[in-house]
Design a protein around this ligand. Sequence first.
Ligand SMILES: C[S@@+](CC[C@H](N)C(=O)[O-])C[C@H]1O[C@@H](n2cnc3c(N)ncnc32)[C@H](O)[C@@H]1O
Length: 305
Amino acid sequence: MDQPRRPASPASEAAGDYSIRKEEFRAFQDLIHRESGIFLADHKLALLGGRLHARLRALGMTSYGEYFKAVQKDEAERIEMLDRISTNETHFFREPHQFEFLKTRVLPRWVEDAQAGRRPRSIRVWSAACSTGEEPYSIAMLLLDQLPASEGWSIEILGTDISTRVLQKAKDALWRIEKAEEIPTPYLKAFMLEGTGPEKGKMKAGPEIRSLVSFSRMNLNSRPYPVPGGFDIIFCRNVLIYFNTATKAGVVEELLAHLAPSGLLLLGHAESLHGLTEQARSVGPTIYAPLQSTYFSGQRLPRLR
Ligand SMILES: C[S@@+](CC[C@H](N)C(=O)[O-])C[C@H]1O[C@@H](n2cnc3c(N)ncnc32)[C@H](O)[C@@H]1O
């Protein structure tokens, strides 16, 4: 596959002064799918070329074939490549109806159960494709507000992603100040700090919520997952859309195995478990409970006001 630099042709797509040929695209398509579960359809050829172009230049390489060989040989370069091809769009309090559902219909039950001694005052949540951290920190704000440490609650939130680049941003917990608009004012005032000095124009997560969240790299396409199970809530949002049906089914099976019997699995707005598993049922839009759970049947949930 070593090719000299060549002009774009109908069988290739220009990426600056480089071009990616169809057979090179297929080799990447196959490797990326095996590695991450992400399936790049044929029309993503130009997108892939564009996303890898700067890396080729930085390494002084002149063809995608040469870069493919490097990626095959070197795990660190594969991680770097996956960093570049993953789509990381995210927002604070994305899918607000899910946060509302947790606040009004789930957490009050857990508080009531804890008061009656039916559950511990601890809660573990997993954000299983957390991107740059907006999702796990949104969860942290909601939980800290509703389940205060002063009432004996302990909260643990794990954020994982395949991309080391986004995880570093999540750990830094520093965003441009415009992102403040995504956060309800009371939470913004209580939990976020305005950057000063070199961080002017930025917003930083305050220590109360930073201390609740930890991050590590984890590939949802590599099973079994190296994290302890029994999560009360798993957010796996806006990532299944990149997988094919077989990969989605495998991921969902493994996620459900990591959920507590009274737990909930939350998906993205364009995702559903339909046709993927018989082991969970819907208890709200894009919100699922394990099939054996008696906890979230319609009658037992308090009505929405
Ligand atoms: C569009 S973002 C969604 C972020 C967040 N969950 C949300 O809904 O706002 C998708 C994330 O999935 C991650 N991702 C893609 N494939 C993955 C895999 N195989 N394992 C873990 N994370 C993956 C990407 O790196 C990216 O950060």
